[in-house]
Write a protein that binds this ligand. Structure first.
Ligand SMILES: [Zn+2]
Length: 384
C-alpha cells in the first residue's frame, strides 16, 4: 500500500498540468492583445515575435504533457501491481451467495449497517429485494437515532440526545454508561461559554441537572462549578482543563450514544459488516502473498480448515475478538449448550452457574458486583 501512497503523492506534486494551463492562458491574453493591435492598425506588430511566442508555448506544452504522462503511467503500474488480482482466487472459501439463506444473512447484516448509518432508503431497497421484514418498532428506533445524530453532529444541539438519555436513564445506569452525565456536562459548558458576561444561566442549568450525579461525578461537577467564578476565556482560570473540550466532542458523544443504543436493541456496539471489511482490508495483502507463493510452488498450500487462516494476520486491538469464554464461577469453558449469560450489569457467567445461583435465591445476585437482577434482565450471549 505504501507504493500506491508514494505514487499518489508524486502525482499530486506534479504541477505540469497547472503550468500548462497557466502558460496557455498567458498566450491567449498575448494573442488577444495582438489581435486588438491588428484591429487598431498599429504599425509596431511583428509577426516574427508572435511566431516565436507560439512555438515556445507549443514546445513547453509538449514537455509538460510528457512529464504528466510519465507519472500517470507509473501510478497506473503501481495500482495494477497492488490491485490486479482475482479475489475469488485469492480467497478460496467464499460465501455461497447462491444459497438463499447465506444471501439473506449477508443482506440482513447490510441492512442493519445501513440503518445504523441512517441510510433508510438503501436499507429498504435491499429488504424489499430479499423479502426481509425489518420490525416497525426497530425502524422507528433507528429513525429516532438518525434524528439525534443530525442534531448532535450537524447542528451541535443536545436537547434530543438528552431527552433520549432521560427516557433510558435506568437502562444506561444498568450498563454502567455515563452518557447522561456527559451530555449534561457538554450542555453546561455550552451555556457557560455562550454567556461570558454572566455565569448565572450555566449555574441555573447545573442546579437543575447535576444533583442526580453527585454520587458518581462529584469531582468533575466541583471543577465545573468552580470554573464559573472566572469568565470562560480567562487564562488564569485554574479549572480551564475541565471546561476545555476535546476535539469533536459532539461526534464523540454521538458515538457513545449510538453504542448504548445498539446495546439496548441487542446489537453489537460496532457494525459487524464494517468490522469485517476493515479486517479484510488489512488481511488482503497476506492473502495475495499466500496465493502467489502457492502458485510459485505450483501446488495449493495447505489450507484445510475454513475457520482458520493458514497464516497470522496482525489486527488492531479494536478488531480482536475472543470466541472462547471461561466462566469465572465454574472455571469451565462455555459451550453452545452451556452458553455465556450476561447479567444486567453486563458481567458474564455460564448458564450452568446461573442455574445454581437461581436455585439458591429468587432474585439473582451478580457474583462480581453488588447488583441483583430479575430473571428477565438476563440475556444469552453469542460469541462469533
Ligand atoms: Zn455484576
Amino acid at each position: 500500500m505504501n507504493i500506491v501512497q508514494e505514487e499518489v503523492e508524486r502525482l499530486g506534486k506534479n504541477k505540469a498540468l497547472e503550468k500548462c494551463i497557466k502558460e496557455s492562458n498567458d498566450l491567449l491574453s498575448y494573442l488577444k492583445q495582438k489581435q486588438e493591435q491588428l484591429n487598431q492598425d498599429t504599425d509596431d506588430l511583428k509577426v516574427q515575435d508572435v511566431q516565436i511566442k507560439v512555438k515556445y508555448w507549443a514546445d513547453q506544452s509538449l514537455k509538460h504533457e510528457k512529464s504528466l504522462n510519465t507519472v500517470i503511467k507509473k501510478y497506473q503500474k503501481s495500482i495494477d501491481k497492488v490491485f490486479n488480482f482475482d479475489l475469488s482466487e485469492v480467497y478460496r472459501h467464499r460465501i455461497p451467495l447462491e444459497s438463499t439463506r447465506c444471501r439473506q444473512l449477508v443482506d440482513r447484516a447490510l441492512i442493519m449497517h445501513l440503518l445504523r448509518i441512517g441510510d433508510f432508503e438503501a436499507a429498504n431497497t435491499i429488504a424489499k429485494m430479499d423479502n426481509i421484514q425489518v420490525p416497525d418498532q426497530l425502524l422507528s428506533k433507528f429513525h429516532e437515532l438518525e434524528e439525534i445524530s443530525e442534531d448532535l453532529t450537524v447542528h451541535h444541539r443536545l436537547d434530543k440526545a438528552i431527552a433520549w438519555a432521560n427516557v433510558n436513564k435506568y437502562n444506561l445506569q444498568r450498563i454502567g454508561s455515563d452518557l447522561q452525565f456527559n451530555l449534561h456536562k457538554l450542555k453546561f459548558i455550552d451555556i457557560y461559554k455562550k454567556n461570558p458576561s454572566s455565569p448565572y444561566p450555566a449555574y441555573e442549568y447545573a442546579k437543575m441537572n447535576f444533583p442526580h450525579f453527585g454520587n458518581t461525578h462529584l469531582d468533575v461537577i466541583s471543577k465545573l462549578m468552580s470554573s464559573t467564578i472566572f469568565t470562560p476565556n480567562e487564562p488564569e482560570n485554574p479549572y480551564l482543563d475541565s471546561i476545555n473540550l476535546t476535539s469533536s466532542p459532539y461526534q464523540k458523544l454521538f458515538t457513545q450514544l449510538s453504542r448504548d443504543f445498539c446495546s439496548f436493541v441487542g446489537l453489537s456496539s460496532e457494525s459487524p459488516i464494517f468490522n469485517t471489511l476493515q479486517a479484510s482490508y488489512i488481511a488482503i495483502p497476506n492473502f495475495i502473498k499466500f496465493n502467489k507463493i502457492s502458485k510459485m510452488k505450483n501446488e495449493k498450500l495447505d489450507w484445510t480448515s475454513e475457520n482458520e487462516l493458514p497464516f497470522e494476520v496482525e489486527l488492531p486491538k479494536s478488531l480482536q475478538f475472543h470466541s472462547i469464554f471461561i466462566c469465572p464461577v465454574s472455571k469451565e469453558e462455555t459451550t453452545p449448550q452451556n452458553s455465556p449469560m450476561a447479567l444486567g450489569c453486563r458481567h458474564l457467567i455460564s448458564k450452568d452457574s446461573l442455574a445454581k445461583l437461581k436455585k439458591r435465591n429468587s432474585s439473582i445476585k451478580c457474583p462480581y458486583c453488588p447488583k441483583t437482577f430479575a430473571a428477565n434482565e438476563i440475556q444469552e450471549v453469542q460469541f462469533i
